[in-house]
Design a protein around this ligand. Structure first.
Ligand code: CDP
Ligand code: CDP
Length: 224
């Protein structure tokens, strides 16, 4: 196999995928793919181009052609730094609507696979292990119960100095779970060969350690 190794890290919103992916990649010296950011970039592109939301062919073309760069924690879209603007709620909502569309998902497939370069990739998302990298040598499904996840999001917002209402966050997480798990294409679910880690009672460090331990046990890790 001449493909670089991939650790696929899927799970529901606020389970800690992004945080754990960055730490694991830092330890291994690998690349990271924040696939949620790709969906958010597609949403922002659509907003910038004033497209009719029913014109899925045009939306898919825009998503295939958008120029994106990830560099040192910053994200550029057509040369503009959009690191914070893609996190806005309206962008997230449109991303989640567009994510239901098969043509858009198809349009983003090759772009995501292009991140798979040596020495390896830690890919975080919803369908990394099931659709984008079905041959990944290690697949993790990261869970945490909804209350633990709501507390994490709450703390994240408070630490950023933003206003946060626990009940609203909880309701929002439940709605996002519902949408991600029940869509027809690439719904959120563990790949058959994924290891499920429940991080409800784990720290970030403990979760990272478990992922690294699974990677060290993986036959592919011995080949590097
Ligand atoms: O990427 P995803 O939406 O899955 O979650 P995140 O934004 O990476 O993580 C949500 C928050 O939970 C972060 O502030 C983490 O520090 C915190 N957290 C965690 O990720 N894992 C734990 N075991 C405990 C807390
Ligand atoms: O909003 P949240 O932080 O939970 O999600 P995100 O990881 O930033 O992703 C934005 C949207 O893209 C979510 O609504 C996901 O449903 C969707 N997405 C997806 O469909 N497939 C992926 N591999 C990653 C994200």
């Amino acid at each position: 196999n001449t493909c670089a190794p991939v650790i696929a890290l899927d799970g529901p919103t606020a389970s800690g995928k992004g945080t754990v992916a960055l730490r694991v990649a830092a330890v291994l010296g690998w690349h990271v793919l924040d696939s949620g950011a790709i969906y958010r970039l597609a949403a922002l592109t659509v907003m910038n181009h004033d497209v009719v939301l029913t014109d899925l062919t045009r939306i898919s073309d825009l998503a295939r052609e958008m120029r994106i760069h990830f560099e040192q924690g910053r994200i550029l879209l057509d040369g503009v730094d959009v690191t914070s603007s893609i996190r806005h709620e309206n962008v997230g909502n449109l991303a989640s609507e567009l994510a239901k569309e098969p043509v858009l998902r198809q349009g983003l497939l090759e772009r995501q696979r292009a991140f798979r370069t040596w020495p390896g990739l830690v890919a975080d998302g919803r369908d990394m292990g099931t659709v984008v990298f079905p041959d990944a040598p290690l697949k993790i499904f990261l869970l945490a119960d909804v209350d633990a996840r709501a507390h994490r999001r709450y703390r994240q917002l408070v630490e950023k100095g933003e206003s946060a209402d626990y009940e609203i966050i909880l309701a929002d997480l439940k709605a996002r779970d519902e949408r991600d798990m029940n869509r027809l294409v690439a719904p959120l679910k563990p790949a058959e060969d994924a290891y499920v880690i429940d991080s409800s009672a784990l720290t970030v460090e403990q979760t990272v350690e478990r992922v690294l331990a699974l990677w060290r046990q993986c036959p592919d890790s011995a080949l590097l």
